[in-house]
Design a protein around this ligand. Structure first.
Ligand SMILES: [Cu+2]
Length: 115
């Protein structure tokens, strides 16, 4: 037996209507919260990536002054606050970053490419 065309059209319209209703009623996407706490106010420091040490989860940076850590410019290894940072950079990359002491170790808490 064939479905009457009118019935099929009605079902399609009803389904489309339900979807439209759903999207109209869905709440707006939550706004991204502002970066919390101290990190937001730390200045970005300049650095060049020297090495990426995947085994130990560290990045060696030739970095400029880090006033918040009372550190002059030097080359040293930092822990990463997020393992994805290890994939985001390679030796020779110029970056801007923030570092803080986390669990007693200097740790990159923010990292972005230098423009
Ligand atoms: Cu240092």
């Amino acid at each position: 037996m064939r479905w009457p065309r009118v019935l099929i059209a009605g079902l399609v319209l009803a389904t489309a209507g339900a979807q439209a209703q759903t999207s109209l009623n869905s709440p707006p996407a939550p706004k991204k919260s502002a970066r919390a706490g101290q990190a937001a106010s730390l200045p970005l420091a300049d650095a060049t990536v020297e090495r990426v040490l995947r085994e130990s989860g560290e990045i060696v940076l030739d970095h400029g002054d880090l006033p918040n850590l009372a550190m002059p410019a030097m080359t040293m290894a930092f822990d990463v606050g997020n393992k994805k940072m290890l994939d985001a950079v390679k030796p020779g990359d110029k970056i801007r970053f923030q570092a803080e002491i986390v669990k007693g170790r200097p740790t990159i808490t923010h990292l972005e490419r230098a423009r």
